[in-house]
Design a protein around this ligand. Structure first.
Ligand SMILES: Nc1ncnc2c1ncn2[C@@H]1O[C@H](COP(=O)(O)OP(=O)(O)OP(=O)(O)O)[C@@H](O)[C@H]1O
Length: 643
């Protein structure tokens, strides 16, 4: 071969040799790789720096994508929650809480709420209204990329502490993937402690009284950035009892907010809604065309029973429903307090619990949770348990006393037959209440049948009650208070076609409670005298009373109840008692029938205010001013929790 060709071959061999030498030398090889790697890393970083968005920018992009889809929401086609343009965090929360498919009220309202519309939503009890407003609340704050620095963004007002507590628990469940803070403001022992946290809370679930107290007294708390206001059980919150408080709250809220109202018995009264300055609200009345206003799975009956047989009837009922979960509604606290105690002593064979507005808040929460957990038990309750509470698997709702009106009836029976479950309801009426009440129920499309009681099946407990009262003075006093309170509750009912206290047979009623003699009822005597036109001017006090009557009556006519009246709880009564006194004597029996010791230091309930009950004779006047002061000073539990 030619010399030049030989040279070329030589050079190539040399190069090949060098090449293999480098590949075989790991140090040199690594250095080379490292140089190359650094170069690439620099280049990638540069590219990333110019193209990569920050997290919040990504989130903002996601939000924009969701918002763009709002106009395309088709409620009729939404089968799953994921068919709505909801954030991943909310969808995850719903899924984790086992909520997959929206209920009818959720399907029909979520879209409007996401679009920023004001909504008035009404649907039967147990149909899922809570999520219908909680989902939009979460989405609203998510859309605004709300942080704790932004303070209050959404406000949910409930008529009772129990309902607020329950809503808070649902919010914690479905909102757990969001970073917002949420607080339960239902009255607290330590206002100062609460005040320190409240300004950092993004979602507040509250009862009206305590919220207003913060608005008045907590300097750092303001609601000027509020985006969403929710009134749960709106008709209740809008009615006369909460008028002053709600008006004062609304004065502190920005007009630009979005407002959602939900209830099973919705208001459409223009006067009521005007206070909220709703903007072109969307009315969603899911069951407006439905044949009945109560759940289809609820079987409803009523029976007529004489007043003095009611206790026997209740005991007999419980004896024949020992394995069931039952709620019994009474007209007033004192009735619940007395009958709860004697029923524990009677040992019906089923665990007896009591929930009413005079219990301390801790006790109320304890009883609430206890009843949630139990599979069979009977809960004696006032109307603080009538609205919104979602106790699982309640079989029966028994209304021992006639409800104030058809709406209260609907809410009470709604504690059973919830979300596709079945349930039964029994209403106990006096003969004098039957015609008026049944007419009201029929007008409200409530299907109810009359049943007869078999007198032979009644178990008589009067003698046992007499024996209890003979043993314990306190018990006797409780029975007397129960007697007077029940009469007062009937007397204060507005609808005189249904409630007529003068038709009640008082001596028989007293005996049925175990009392040998009917206690003196001063207000009835007074009322009787007024009824029969007897003037008391010479007594010196009558003139003063009638002036007060007139004032209060005028205030009611104007729809501006006096402060004392509007703050007066339905459950508040003027006679104090020390419920702890007889714990010692009650303990043995209590243990046997699952009785929880009641530490019912009389505490004034702030939840349910006087509604639709005219106190034209100012029976409660002595206690009212005191109560207002006490309400402002008294402490009730508050929890501020963060997700
Ligand atoms: N989408 C859903 N899927 C399954 N269960 C649901 C759904 N939405 C609500 N529920 C369940 O239905 C029950 C009733 O819901 P909720 O308490 O919200 O009813 P409500 O309409 O507010 O009743 P009320 O009128 O008595 O206040 C609850 O136990 C709740 O967990």
């Amino acid at each position: 071969c030619e010399p030049s060709q030989r040279n070329r071959v030589k050079m190539r061999d040399k190069k090949d040799k060098e090449k293999t030498q480098i590949t075989d030398d790991p140090v040199k090889n690594f250095d080379k790789w490292k140089r190359k790697y650094n170069k690439t890393k620099k280049r990638v970083k540069l590219v990333q720096k110019t193209t990569k968005k920050r997290d919040w920018e990504v989130e903002r992009g996601n939000i924009q994508k969701l918002v763009n889809k709002y106009s395309e929401i088709k409620p009729k086609e939404a089968v799953k929650f994921s068919d709505f343009p909801l954030s991943k965090k909310t969808l995850k929360g719903l899924l984790e809480a086992q909520y997959r498919q929206p209920t009818e009220i959720q399907r029909q309202t979520i879209g409007f709420a996401l679009q920023g519309r004001d909504v008035l939503g009404a649907a039967k009890t147990g149909s899922g209204k809570t999520l219908a407003f909680l989902i939009p609340v979460l989405e609203c704050l998510y859309r605004e990329q709300w942080t704790s620095m932004d303070g209050l963004g959404a406000l949910i007002i409930s008529p009772t502490r129990e309902l607020a507590y329950q809503t808070f628990e649902v919010l914690r469940k479905v909102g757990k993937n969001h970073e917002f803070s949420a607080g339960l403001v239902i009255g607290g022992k330590d206002l100062k402690d609460e005040s320190e946290k409240i300004h950092r809370t993004n979602i507040i679930i509250c009862t009206p009284g305590r919220l207003l107290q913060h608005m008045d007294e907590t300097a750092t708390f303001h609601a000027s950035d509020l985006h969403m206001l929710v009134l749960d059980e709106a008709d209740r919150i809008l009615d006369m009892g909460f008028a002053d408080t709600l008006n004062a709250i609304i004065e502190n809220l920005p007009k630009t907010r979005q407002t959602l109202l939900f209830s099973a018995t919705q208001t459409k009264s223009v006067k009521d809604l005007a206070r909220l300055s709703l903007k072109n609200p969307e009315y969603v009345w899911v069951h407006e065309q439905a044949k009945f206003s109560t759940p289809a799975t609820l079987e409803q009956n009523y029976m007529v029973c004489e007043l003095h047989q009611k206790v026997n009837m209740l005991f007999s009922f419980l004896r024949s429903h020992l394995k069931k979960k039952i709620i019994v509604f009474f007209a007033c606290c004192k009735e619940v307090q007395y009958l709860f105690r004697v029923f524990c002593r009677l040992r019906p064979g089923i665990s007896v619990l009591a929930l009413h507005g005079k219990q301390q808040q801790m006790k109320r929460v304890e009883v609430y949770n206890d009843f949630v957990r139990k599979t069979s038990a009977v809960l004696f309750a006032t109307d603080i348990a009538a609205r919104g509470l979602d106790f699982p698997a309640v079989n029966w709702v028994l209304q021992f006393d006639c409800p104030e009106d058809a709406n209260t009836y609907i809410h009470r029976v709604g504690r059973t037959a919830r979300y596709k479950e079945g349930g039964e309801a029994l209403l106990v009426l006096l003969a004098s209440e039957e015609k008026g009440m049944i007419a009201q129920l029929q007008k409200k499309k409530v299907p109810i049948n009359k049943i007869e009681v078999n007198p032979e099946k009644l178990v008589f407990v009067q003698q046992k009650l007499e024996a209890f009262l003979a043993q314990e003075k306190e018990q006797k006093e409780r029975a007397q208070r129960c007697f007077v309170s029940y009469l007062r509750s009937v007397y204060l009912m507005k609808n005189k076609d249904v409630f007529d206290v003068f038709q009640l047979k008082l001596p028989e009623y007293a005996m049925s409670l175990g009392l040998a003699v009917a206690p003196r009822v001063r207000f009835l005597n007074k009322a009787q005298q007024q009824k029969s036109g007897v003037t008391q001017d010479n007594s010196g006090t009558a003139g003063h009373e009638s002036e007060d009557d007139l004032k209060s009556f005028k205030a009611q006519l104007k729809g501006e109840q006096s402060k004392s009246q509007s703050s007066q709880s339905e459950e508040e009564e003027d006679d104090d008692e020390d419920e702890n006194k007889d714990e010692e004597t009650l303990k043995p029996a209590a243990l046997l029938c699952g009785f929880n010791e009641e530490d019912e230091d009389d505490q004034k309930d702030q939840d349910l205010l006087t509604v639709k009950r005219k106190d034209v004779f100012n029976i409660n006047e002595e206690s009212q001013d005191d109560e207002v002061n006490k309400q402002h000073a008294s402490g009730v539990i508050t929890v501020i929790a963060h997700f």
